[in-house]
Design a protein around this ligand. Sequence first.
Ligand code: ZN
Length: 683
Amino acid sequence: MKKGFIGITMSILATAGVALGTLSCTDTDTTTPKDFTWEVDKFDDIRVLRYTVPDFESLPVEQKELIYYLGQAALWGRDITTDQNCKWNLAVRRTLEGIYTSWEGDRTSDEWCALEKYLKKVWFANGIHHHYSGDKFTPEFSQEYFAELYNATPDEALPLDAAPRAELLTVLNDVIFNPASYATRTNQRDGEDVVVTSAINFHEGLTQAEAEAYYASIQDPTDPRPISYGLNSKLVKENGKVVERTWYEGGMYGEAIKNITYWLEKAASVANPTQKKIIETLVDYYRSGNLRTFDAYNILWVEDTVSNVDFVNGFIETYNDPLGYKAGWESTVNFKNMEATTRTEIISENAQWFEDHAPINPAFRKAEVKGVSAKVITVAMLGGECYPATPIGINLPNADWIRKEYGSKSVTIDNITYAYGKAAEGNGFNEEFVLRAEDRERIKEFGRTGDNLHTDLHECLGHGSGQLAPGVKGDELKQYGSTLEEARADLFGLYFLGDPKMVELGLVPSFDVAKAQYAHYIMNGMMTQLARIEPGKTVEEAHMRNRKLIAEWCYEQGKADGVIEMVKENGKTYVVVNDFEALRDLFGKLLYEVQRIKSEGDFEACRDLVECYAVNIDPELHAEVLERYTALGIAPYSGFVNPTYELITEGDKVVDIKINYTEGYTKQMLRYSADYSTLPTLN
Ligand code: ZN
């Protein structure tokens, strides 16, 4: 599970020279070259940034080599992610790249720029749907212009393995220009067939009812250690029968997976014995597609809390499946930030105390919290669903029974939040949206500490807390499950951030850190995050829904006492928290109910909560937020280019690995498409 894809959220960092909390992360960055810029590109609602990898240079060479090989494995999954997001994505991307690299006509016209922008968006989203909202992009160039360029592109620059020339153009016209075709990547609208109406390439030729019947037929409800059914396959109908096309070396996506396992084996050859076994088990799983082996891998992986270098590589998160079974491919490669890890170690050492004091029904508390390990990490490579848009925290594995029996590993990605902060300095966000000077001051002083600790608590304790009632499987909440789960983790973090225990543990100097976080969280949930949504649309993404749910519920529950207030001043709307202690109590109350819903698998209550508070937007407020946001010129979404790594060898021996921060966005995308792309255009 992930926290983040920040953008607006992290505008809290929009202040230069903030006084960092005592346990905040490193603020020195020795790896930044002199001509370095944080922002490398900007288009539409997106800003592309760089991140740096502090302390990479001082790692032992074997660890650098391990990072290099795992990094190659991370890059080889890119096409899988793209194809998963919609079956025509690779055809669109490859066609546009073919046009982009071969067109010899005017490269300055408005239509050309619109086409270039569209391609940059496709790269950023790994497909034709917005990475966050899931809505299909609207091209700002005409179908005629596209045909003109397409017809001028030589055969060898087009993905004609998908279809003959003329046919491919017909399909692309429909996919790119027809707003009704593949309109939504993941449709979660209540009352619709979410399988048929979702463009995501997880199901084809079958209905929601057929998919649900299939899953019911393969599940063994008596298995206390169930595999993650359906996690690594596409569901299709063959001869009238529903079957799985499994993603493994000998099956769908095999050509990409072979390259992933090649580099994983190189990584295993330089890893320590513990990690060697972990990586080899992952390779076994990629070779067999057997989900029991995936569980075995996850257990080995979660138990390794010692290795300095770590990674995620596989079909991991199920947010984009409307039914919550199938996982998108992703990868990160990282190593520990020793200094900042002290902070998360304090939290995880006290995990049982937090569990015992969680404001939930004692029946739903874990009697014994197992192995919650938490660390602050520096990422060195991002791939698949984690690239270019990036989470700021990750907690894995996702299987409930493994979490219960073996615990989970939780990370906060410090060099990413650091880069966000640097890139947001002085953008005017707080001055525009935070009404009271005292709140602005607190955000300036404690914003980064509060954000980091909230992420730590969310990942390290929140997702791992609580337990299901006997007989509850965990998939009862269907399309509302992800939102509720994120709300649960966020509420856990919000509630305890304001607990006196945080001061006692030396993690914060005072309740002021919670005040800073609460003020920003509520403002973001009720108002500023709406800048990410197009006019007329509703909130769809699970993390955004969760934030809106929490903020709106607390607003309504505390309305009579004025806990949260909507203030109008000079025609502008502000969200102000008047009573922080009362707000904390409300977080606790909502957590009680959210945990009950999850533990009992209460679908009706879950749907009511989400549909009532998390989905619909007041159009007037929405328009105002968009206008004020546009006036500031801040792109609401950010993502990152990766650094490049170069092997330095003497004979056969790797003697060093050099890191470089000069590659631009377009160059990197074209290079990845050229060097890490062996999948057929249609899979
Ligand atoms: Zn989460």
